[in-house]
Design a binder for this molecule. Structure first.
Ligand SMILES: NC(=O)c1ccc[n+]([C@@H]2O[C@H](COP(=O)([O-])OP(=O)(O)OC[C@H]3O[C@@H](n4cnc5c(N)ncnc54)[C@H](OP(=O)(O)O)[C@@H]3O)[C@@H](O)[C@H]2O)c1
Length: 246
């Protein structure tokens, strides 16, 4: 098959590229660095020539919910419009477990993306996944004041991006499913403990105190809203295995 991966150089995207190549597919990378801005529908249309399936693992890093919603909606509509013109048979979009229970901020943007996917004219699968193991690194990088680092309280079931990238390619090979069962890691972890362990592995020697992140998103993180529903597909690699490998 010819599979286009939108966000091919990202945390998940590079694993999807590797998996697709290993599984014998021809990969078309859609990233700005490779010369295709997904917001430019004509450029996407040209890039999707002969493509059977699109895997969307795009991302935007912004604290603005409005900006994130604008990006995910416009990028999705562009991929779907160009995809319909090019005869793409399956659009697979990566989303996040629990966003319907916590439709705030960045998660509201991901919900808007899901709605745009469902409204488009290419048959689709939305795969919701739990937080990545790398989420610990992200939180470690964000939550600091001067030399002090903080560990946010939260209930998560983190997943390995290598396993997720491969799973998305397997989905793209198959039939469109609409909203697929959640994809999650093998066990629930304390987000604070993950960040503390990550800090130690980075050589950080001070204590990393736990904090409760204020606001609706912080609450959702703590109250279990972001845990998978029963019937989720479970990956195998644990956070400890991921950390050891790094
Ligand atoms: N972090 C988590 O725990 C988590 C959990 C579940 C789901 N997710 C979802 O997973 C998805 C992927 O996240 P990630 O962390 O793997 O992403 P990432 O590492 O931030 O990578 C983003 C990718 O998008 C590309 N991109 C951005 N803007 C573009 C544009 N206008 N045109 C073309 N390409 C563009 C980037 O390449 P260029 O910069 O070269 O354009 C890059 O390849 C996100 O949608 C996120 O919501 C995340």
């Amino acid at each position: 098959m010819r599979i286009a991966i939108a966000g091919a150089s990202g945390t998940v995207g590079r694993h999807a590229v590797r998996a697709a190549t290993e599984r014998g597919h021809e990969v078309v990378a859609l990233t700005r660095a490779s010369g295709v801005n997904v917001l430019d529908t004509s450029a996407v249309r040209v890039a999707l020539d002969g493509v059977d399936a699109v895997v969307d693992v795009l991302n935007i890093m912004t604290p603005s919910a409005r900006k994130a919603t604008g990006f995910f909606t416009a990028a999705t509509m562009s991929l779907l419009d160009a995809g319909a013109q090019a005869g793409v048979r399956h659009h697979v979009a990566l989303s996040i477990v629990g966003i319907d229970r916590a439709p705030h901020g960045y998660y509201a943007a991901k919900l808007a993306q899901e709605q745009a996917v469902a409204a488009g004219s290419v048959l689709w699968t939305v795969q919701r996944a739990t937080q990545f193991h790398d989420f610990a690194a992200l939180m470690y990088g964000i939550l600091h004041a001067g030399p002090f680092r903080f560990a946010p309280r939260g209930r998560v079931r983190p997943v390995d991006t290598g396993e997720l990238g491969e799973y998305l390619v397997v989905l793209a090979e198959g039939e469109p499913q609409g909203i697929a069962p959640d994809f999650a890691g093998p066990r629930e972890e304390s987000l604070a403990r993950m960040v503390q362990d990550y800090a130690r592995a980075q050589g950080y020697r001070r204590k990393v105190p736990e904090i409760s992140v204020p606001g609706a998103l912080g609450r959702a993180q703590r109250d279990g809203s972001l845990l998978p529903r029963p019937g989720a597909v479970l990956a195998e690699r644990t956070f400890d295995e991921w950390l050891e490998k790094r």
